[in-house]
Design a binder for this molecule. Sequence first.
Ligand SMILES: Cc1ncc(C[n+]2csc(CCOP(=O)(O)OP(=O)(O)O)c2C)c(N)n1
Ligand SMILES: [Mg+2]
Length: 659
Amino acid sequence: MTAQIKKLANCIRFLSIDAIEKAKSGHPGLPMGMADVMTVLYKDFLKYNPKDPKWFNRDRFVLSAGHGSMMLYAILYLTGYKSMTIDQIKRFRQLGSETPGHPEYNLDYGIETTTGPLGQGVANAVGIAFSERIRASKYPDIIDYDTYVLAGDGCLMEGIAFEAISFAGHQKLSKLTLLFDDNGITIDGKTDLSISVDHEKLFESCGWGVLKIDGHNPKEIHKALSEARKQNEKPMAIFCKTIIGFGAPNKSGTEAVHGSPLGKDEAGLVRKNFNWPYEPFEIPSDLKQAWEEMSLRCMESYTSSLQKLNQISAEQKDHLQTQDKREIHLNLDVDFPSAKLACLEAKDMATRKCSEIVLSDLFKKVPELIGGSADLTGSNNTLIKGMQIIQADRPNGNYIHYGIREHAMAGIMNGLALDGSLIPYGGTFLVFSDYCRPSIRLSALMGLKVIYVFTHDSIGLGEDGPTHQPIEQLMSLRLIPGLNVFRPADLVETAEAWHCALQEKDKPSAIVLSRQNLPQINHWRQENRTVSGAYIISGSLIQSQYTIIATGSEVSLALAVQENLKKLGFKGTVVSMPCVNYFESLNKPEKEKIIGCNELPKFVIEAGVSIGWTSILEQNVTVFGVDDFGVSAPKDDAYSYFQLTPEDITKKISKSLNN
Ligand SMILES: Cc1ncc(C[n+]2csc(CCOP(=O)(O)OP(=O)(O)O)c2C)c(N)n1
Ligand SMILES: [Mg+2]
């Protein structure tokens, strides 16, 4: 048996070696080191069906150490995922191939998530396992799968991994198993150059069980995986002692084999070493067949899970099946009754409070919503009366206390969103969006419907001062391709932002909200005007001498400036631009209909960095922004300090218009 496992594992090794050799780049060390563990996992444990990669009840495998991508591609080819052909393997890392340098989320190909930035996959896997728990609590007879994540030394060094691991331990995610590729090597050399953590104690203190095995011994691997599967109290980490580049006579066990092709000579020696007389990319048919037959043991489970799914209603079924693009249809006039009612009162209100009101409507209409906050629930206004907190002993809920773990919160939300049946939203202060950023980038890269609720959006938060006052975050979030950034001005725009965010099929959104009260500018309307990114909120372009463009809390400031200018004899237009990204997707004539032609002077008021606006609006732009760290002061003083007052701005605009 062991001999057969070794042969099967060598298929992974040689496909990886050959593809990396051909591409002249890649990472052979991990595939060669972890091939034995992976073979046992796919042969005897993982529940999957290559003919139906999106099978809703499949076990999930996440390769957090994404540089080992070739190992995953090799396995997907070997087990018979139809799209993963030998041609794709031969085109590893080439333009247009489905075998990019690092795995990219593609369920048709069996790739559960995009990995490469170390540590992210650990948080994703925690989110995936958490999604299983949440959904299984609602559908205990139907949802039942395990999540496996492979993490290397690098993943575990990353802060996000600790955040995610301690969260998973707290939530007792017993269907999560982490395979630690414990090879003691990273790019710079031995891990003792930079770390002396006792990982066993670390995991145990986080509430995990730990098993330690020789990662090249199939019996030990098998035993550990079955123990992990039996465990139903806590998540399990299996420390697989491996030799990086296992089988390479001169390079194994060293950093030399981490991230470069072995080279022709060394590759030849590995072939000799393992008695592998085959040509590059050649897999003997008996071994290929053995790989393809591995998943047959899952067929019974596959059929019975589909039968169970067929016994529930079409709507319930829709919530459980894996889907990349979920459409949510909401009607502003019908589905937002509390917001509509509150709008009638026209009370000054912070947009974070507006968001709470909107959510109080939405969480009933959209049961897929899973809320949360990184320990700022009361400040982010993310928890709605009637929501249930999810805890280990009460998984059937819809709100998560992520603790002070912004980065993992974002990575876990990606995991929750991955199979398309949950829509996570999570809150923190806008200034700490920087702590989430690497995962936000991945939400956008993967096209996941994750909603970030960022409150305390500017110097307007006041006394907490420059450490808490975001200035560059707003503009820099707009730089992430595919991320919608909304900064609503009042209740109406806040409802529209949520409406847009939910109706998006494959895009994440950031909804940026004020701490301070703001006047209600708009009356409730049936048409969502945020959809075009910007609209004229006051005045008209006919005979207009200027346009002021403002976002969020500065829209009311812009309206005050317009009033002042009117008294001075200037006629102008105020444009509210709650979503720059949407505005940018308009063509030039559409844009001009909103902000006016190139020649018209344009003034931007936004309490954030001014850089960026010239490229958004093209010509004739003057920006009133905040280009230095904020100040600790009551909000009105902070605005005065940065000369963002109606008087200051009126003076400057009128002077410029007179020139
Ligand atoms: C966040 C992040 N930082 C740095 C890198 C670059 N990088 C890729 S692999 C690696 C070392 C990983 O070591 P380990 O996980 O032990 O992998 P092994 O060498 O054992 O294959 C580094 C620093 C990265 N991919 N992601
Ligand atoms: Mg390593």
